[in-house]
Design a protein around this ligand. Sequence first.
Ligand code: PXP
Length: 249
Amino acid sequence: MPSKLSAIRLGVNVDHVATLRQARGTPYPDPVEAALISASAGAESITMHLREDRRHIQDHDIERLLRVSPVPLNLEMAVTPFMLDFACRLKPKYVCLVPEKREELTTEGGLDVAGQLASVKSACARLAKAGITVALFIDADPAQLKATKATGAPHIEIHTGTYADTSGRKQAAELERITKFARIAKKAGLEVHAGHGLTLQNVGAIARIPEIEELNIGHSIVSRSVFVGFPAAVAEMKRVMVEARYAAK
Ligand code: PXP
């Protein structure tokens, strides 16, 4: 293992385990159980997104996870007074601030930090005061990086949705944009994560970017688990990420 290369961590997003539960109003499948299985299978953290419409994760899922999880929670949330109160009361180790629109199928694009600098900066200050480490989910855009630095947030998560949704030359261009952006962000003193739309097929190129220390992945792992089981789906993703990171350069 080359000594200069930082490790790459996997954060498993268990939202869509809750989607399946909410579809029938049953108590199963339990996203907290999925989180425990993920931790045993190699996940370094668990992400849950508590959305305003409560379409998947419910408030009690967060509370239960915090009581039993051996790995930290990364709470994904919008910048709203309710969510800020909620996070400051429950104090997860990590919060990732994301944009949220009621009608969207999933998070669309990064947070416009530059366009709402005052409110994001004040949210970051409040969360930091509560002892929470904050990441801002942003597009690979220099204007957003500059604004992020002004908020004092120590981490970013680069939005990989466009990379995941494209192919061929468009995807190669997006990969190059993300690669350059990760380098600049790390130089600027930020810890760099990435996520959205990552799959076994497209994760390798992102995992190879040496400045990226964590990938947050949900939908493809939950989907794959239908066929191979949850522990195998998590372990398989972790293996592909780690193999890509340490593949000879
Ligand atoms: N990171 C962020 C900030 C997200 O909003 C999401 C989706 O909830 C993910 C990662 C995981 O995306 P996916 O479910 O496509 O793997």
